[in-house]
Design a protein around this ligand. Structure first.
Ligand code: ADP
Ligand code: ZN
Length: 219
């Protein structure tokens, strides 16, 4: 039996969190829970909640802690995450959300929080070139596009630039990251849950470092 894991991946926008979360979710056979993807799919479904979230997201601002905390609490109560664990991508991103997460995980504590570290200059270049599949959220870039036009290799969906990858929204998101999310690094360090991993290199190199960091923490 594969033991699973309960993980959080932190890191700036464009650090490669999404890609690495997908790879780790395959490695440990655990669900990948991306709050950004969950919100974008609510937007596509056109639910009332999705419509409200869209305006906030397009500006690059954060959905309220209460709302996003409810979404995550519900997802972490499902059988798959209770039994196997999960990798959280994009949550928590405020101290309020981290406090909510520790309430949610009472009795099944996190194994590890990883800060995926990439210099700001690299992040800015990656965000400007980032493209994403509207259907399955696979990331591409202008430097490594899909094989056939802007059609997703994985599912055939349309590959586009995200509405919040404009220069203005990128600036707002990076500022919010520094102000709201970066303090979580110290917060989790104090609780002896944090490890930093270098996010530069090929996707496979970074995954190997992440797996080594996770395995070092597990019995
Ligand atoms: P990025 O990390 O590149 O900013 P995400 O895909 O994680 O993008 O999130 C996109 C948007 O969804 C955020 O800018 C925000 O508006 C909203 N969002 C996602 N996760 C959260 C969260 N934990 N709390 C508040 N808002 C969130
Ligand atoms: Zn796709």
């Amino acid at each position: 039996m594969i033991p699973g894991a309960r993980l959080v991946l932190l890191g700036r926008q464009g650090a490669g969190k999404g890609t690495q979360c997908v790879r780790l979710s395959h490695h440990y056979v655990i669900p990948h829970i991306s709050t950004g993807d969950m919100l974008r799919s609510a937007v596509r479904e056109g639910t009332e909640f999705g419509l409200q979230a869209k305006a906030v997201m397009d500006r690059g601002e954060l959905v309220s802690d209460g709302v996003i905390g409810g979404v995550v609490a519900e997802r972490l109560a499902a059988d798959d995450t209770r039994e196997r664990g999960y990798i959280l991508d994009g949550f928590p991103r405020t101290v309020g959300q981290a406090e909510r997460l520790s309430e949610i995980t009472v009795g099944a504590a996190l194994d590890l929080v990883i800060d995926l570290v990439v210099p700001i200059q690299v992040v800015l270049e990656r965000l400007a070139g980032r493209r994403v599949c509207v259907d399955c959220a696979t990331n591409f870039s202008v430097d490594s596009p899909p094989r056939y036009g802007w059609v997703c290799d994985n599912c055939g969906g349309e590959v586009v630039q995200r509405a919040d990858d404009t220069p203005a929204a990128i600036q707002i998101r990076l500022d919010l990251y520094e102000r709201e999310t970066a303090p979580l690094i110290a917060w989790y360090l104090e609780r002896e849950l944090l490890t930093a991993v270098d996010g530069l290199g090929t996707a496979a190199e970074v995954t190997a470092r992440l797996v080594a960091a996770v395995d070092a923490r597990r019995p």
